[in-house]
Design a protein around this ligand. Structure first.
Ligand SMILES: *[C@@H]1O[C@H](CO)[C@@H](O)[C@H](O)[C@H]1NC(C)=O
Ligand SMILES: *[C@@H]1O[C@H](CO)[C@@H](O)[C@H](O)[C@H]1NC(C)=O
Ligand SMILES: *[C@@H]1O[C@H](CO)[C@@H](O)[C@H](O)[C@H]1NC(C)=O
Ligand SMILES: *[C@@H]1O[C@H](CO)[C@@H](O)[C@H](O)[C@H]1NC(C)=O
Length: 218
């Protein structure tokens, strides 16, 4: 039987033990820039999960593949960027459930460019995204097909970037041009509106089609 004080000690020990269990990884070690890197990611998945990442995480040139996305499960802080470029049909959503901070340098905190059927998302603890990108772009999501940012994600990204965060978005769903000067002060608001509108449209577009097919079959 544990009395109150040892219980507290046990609690403190387990809490702080967890807090201290940090593992720093190099971004390159959890990146894949072509298909031949993927087996290495599966090797990484057997190691203790990374909590802090130094350097960019690249996911590039992959086609029709499942990634061991659990390697991103514990990542809390990235000193670099998340860069997802030129991928087609990544069957596992690329999700960073524990991510709190992205501190990026020359590139936006998150870039998704020229992907088709790829998902990138963060968890609810995402609190800060900063980038020293020279045009001040914090998130760039352009030239993707079927890349969905729902309003929850959009809000998380927006709040993490606040007050200096800027979006560069199109992605078929949304079009908010964050051009120098003109759009700067209203980009955030416009972006929100565009997403809300675009989500309305895409919901109709996505959900209408199967219904129509069904009706035809009947
Ligand atoms: C990154 O991978 C290399 C081998 O490819 C390994 O030697 C190194 O320890 C790894 N670094 C980290 C921080 O995981
Ligand atoms: C992967 O993408 C990079 C950047 O777009 C490119 O330089 C490289 O040649 C590509 N690799 C392959 C194997 O396609
Ligand atoms: C995009 O990825 C494919 C492989 O999926 C590769 O053949 C092609 O060279 C890449 N394109 C660029 C611009 O890197
Ligand atoms: C981000 O990184 C820079 C150095 O690259 C550092 O000066 C700054 O304090 C960091 N900010 C946060 C919030 O970690």
């Amino acid at each position: 039987m544990l009395s109150g004080v040892p219980k507290l000690v046990v609690f403190l020990f387990s809490c702080c033990h967890v807090a201290l269990a940090a593992r720093v990884c190099i971004g390159q070690n959890i990146s894949a820039t072509d298909m031949s890197d993927v087996p290495y990611l599966f090797e990484m998945a057997k190691e203790p999960p990374c909590t802090h990442v130094i350097g960019d995480i690249f996911i590039m040139n992959l086609t029709d593949i499942e990634l061991p996305v659990e390697i991103y499960r514990s990542v809390r802080k990235i000193y670099g960027s998340i860069i997802v470029i030129n991928n087609t049909n990544i069957h596992t959503p690329i999700h960073f459930p524990s991510l709190r901070v992205i501190n990026a340098t020359v590139l936006p905190a998150i870039t998704a460019f020229k992907n088709r059927n790829v998902m990138v998302s963060v968890g609810p603890r995402f609190k800060k995204a900063i980038s020293e990108q020279k045009h001040g772009i914090t998130f760039a999501v352009v030239h993707n097909l079927n890349f969905v940012i729902d309003t929850d994600q959009y809000n998380l990204w927006w709040l993490a970037g606040y007050p200096n965060g800027r979006f560069l978005l199109d992605s078929g769903l949304m079009a908010s041009v964050c051009d120098e000067n003109l759009f700067k002060p209203i980009a955030g608001i416009l972006g929100w509106l565009f997403v809300a509108l675009a989500l309305g449209f895409s919901t109709v577009a996505f959900y209408d089609r199967p219904t129509m097919k069904k009706q035809k079959q009947e």
